[in-house]
Design a protein around this ligand. Sequence first.
Ligand code: ATP
Ligand code: MG
Length: 400
Amino acid sequence: MQYDHILIRYGEMALKGKNIKQFILRLQENIQQKIKEFPDAKVKRTQGRMFVLLNGHDPQPILEKLKKIFGIQSMSLAIKVENEVEAIKDAALYALNNGGNIHKFKVSVKRINKDFPVHSQEMNQILGGHLLINTKDITVDVHHPDLEIKVEIRLEATYITSSVIPGLGGLPVGTSGKTLLLLSGGIDSPVAGYLAMKRGVQIEAIHFHSPPFTSARAKQKVLDLAQQLTKYGKSIKVHIVPFTKLQQEIFREMPDGYAMTIMRRMMMRISEKVCKNESILSMTTGENLGQVASQTMDSMNTINEVTNYPIIRPLVTMDKSEIIEISKAIETYETSILPYEDCCTIFVPKSPKTKPKRDRTNAFEAKKDFSALIEEAVNGIETIKITERTEMESKFDDLL
Ligand code: ATP
Ligand code: MG
């Protein structure tokens, strides 16, 4: 005997009223896509339930994939057996024996199939007794069990499930449109991308690259971060913007204290153009209030003036420690802290204004026509599609 199903629960989605159908279909599609390297595993839906049918595959690597899919509230391994008392007894014992280090258990029988001859209360006793006889040092505790074995007797079969494994929650990626993530090589922006995805948003990324001041390794770092994010969603298009000329021009022509702000405004202008070309309706950044000079309220206000596209800032109110915690959990941290130069750290003005004003910024920008350089940057964009590496490919990479 072995676990042959994974039961999928999708909590929050149940609240979504008439969109529910679309959400469930998307979740099913996303799961099927993520487990496609296990050719026989199939995602099925029956009567408000979602299952992965393992068809002989080891559940563990599949569970690892499921733990990274937004929209799943929790999961349980399950065994499907015939509606027969003996078969149900065997399966319940298997679940107990494979439940880890357990001292106290509980059996909960739900009899949906009223034709099944044994009532749920009696079934609880039969199963409890069977488990006690066949194990050592284990007792029943209905209030604080280490493991609850759930038995659902349905029309077509009986399902026995054991421990509940938490999922990521959130909404299935692809149910809330698309955003353009401004992805630097730092700690914050990958976390911002992850949190946008958690709300069902699909991402494309844009990165401003300034060769030769920023190296090929700095660019590769950004691609590696995007690669890591694909584990939580779909393939990610990364738009690499050649930013050198524009950036040099800004730092040559604009007053030192305003160069940083104007550079950020240029990033926003270019990002908005990419959004238009790609039919994307919003941008996402890793901005956070009060961390650095470019992230004060004044600065945000002045940078934001150049676009009326919504800017999603999932980190805006978080503490750095919370952001770092997430970045470690999603495994972007180790890449983010690699010391490669970033276009924003290369051209650091000596004394950036912490309170840049809109009117002054506009006055400075009016002295110089940047439109040709913006056009040139947009036309020079290199777009790279990053797809998730399979288990095999990752193992192979580790060997190298
Ligand atoms: P991060 O850790 O994401 O680099 P940060 O704390 O270093 O953020 P800033 O350097 O002020 O903050 O950047 C704020 C945001 O601007 C970043 O989170 C990112 O969304 C965007 N950004 C900065 N530099 C770039 C870049 N070279 N390419 C794309 N986006 C960028
Ligand atoms: Mg940064």
